[in-house]
Design a protein around this ligand. Structure first.
Ligand code: ATP
Length: 209
């Protein structure tokens, strides 16, 4: 009998849609761009929102999280206790890494399942950590939304009622814009107004080949 290449049976199927990774630092405007993209008729997968949902939906994932952090990771209603988990992993990088090593593959599976149901030739995957987690390598192209630091600071302070220091500390923990710019295939500079942001978004969608 002919020998079979067993490994090839386990390769992930190639999605028929081209996946565009959409990213940007805090307050860059990536959620606003994602909304414009949806308005143009292209589907967007929101990685952070899905991660927040699947910790409550995926029973296998729940078991793994409880094994790692204890049953208190879920409250008496069975819902993920973000506050408890936050305290537990605060200042414990190793534990945070372990938690991420459980959650990230689950999000990846969820995304693969989502993308296999899409029919548009382009789909977008919005994720804050596209470059940090090397997820751009699994995408056809990457799209970065960027804006000057002082503009992002002001927008997030206005949006969330946070202090300058609070926003600055998040920004300082993220990859520098200049490093993201080097990695991105397409860039939207969001330094002016929403009309300009919308125009740039529509232009870039139709530039993607
Ligand atoms: P985060 O990473 O914090 O979720 P984000 O990158 O998704 O942020 P948005 O929420 O889209 O950013 O934008 C941040 C805030 O700035 C929002 O309140 C949005 O309405 C506003 N905003 C974005 N772009 C512009 C613009 N060009 N002009 C005015 N306001 C803007």
């Amino acid at each position: 009998m002919e020998e079979q290449n067993i490994e090839s049976n386990y390769l992930e199927p190639e999605p028929s849609s081209k996946i565009i990774g959409l990213t940007g630092g805090i307050g860059s405007g990536k959620s606003t761009v994602a909304q414009y993209i949806e308005n143009c008729g292209f589907p967007v997968y929101y990685s952070d929102d899905r991660a927040k949902a699947i910790v409550n939906e995926d029973e296998n994932l729940k078991i793994k999280i409880k094994d790692l952090l204890g049953n208190e990771a879920y409250d008496h209603q069975g819902l993920y206790d973000r506050k408890f988990v936050g305290k537990k992993v605060f200042n414990d990088d190793e534990l945070l890494q372990k938690l991420n090593n459980i959650i990230h593959p689950a999000v990846r599976l969820d995304f693969n399942n989502w993308v296999s149901q899409q029919t548009k030739y382009l789909v977008f995957k919005e994720t804050a950590l596209l470059f940090e987690l090397n997820l751009h390598l699994d995408c056809y192209k990457s799209l970065l939304v960027t804006a000057e630091d002082n503009i992002r600071l002001k927008r997030v302070m206005d949006r969330d009622g946070k202090t300058y220091r609070e926003v600055e500390s998040v920004m300082n923990n993220q990859m520098q814009e200049r490093d993201k710019i080097k990695l991105a295939d397409y860039i939207i500079y969001n330094n002016t107004n929403l009309d300009d942001l919308k125009d740039q978004t529509e232009k870039v969608i139709f530039e993607i080949e």
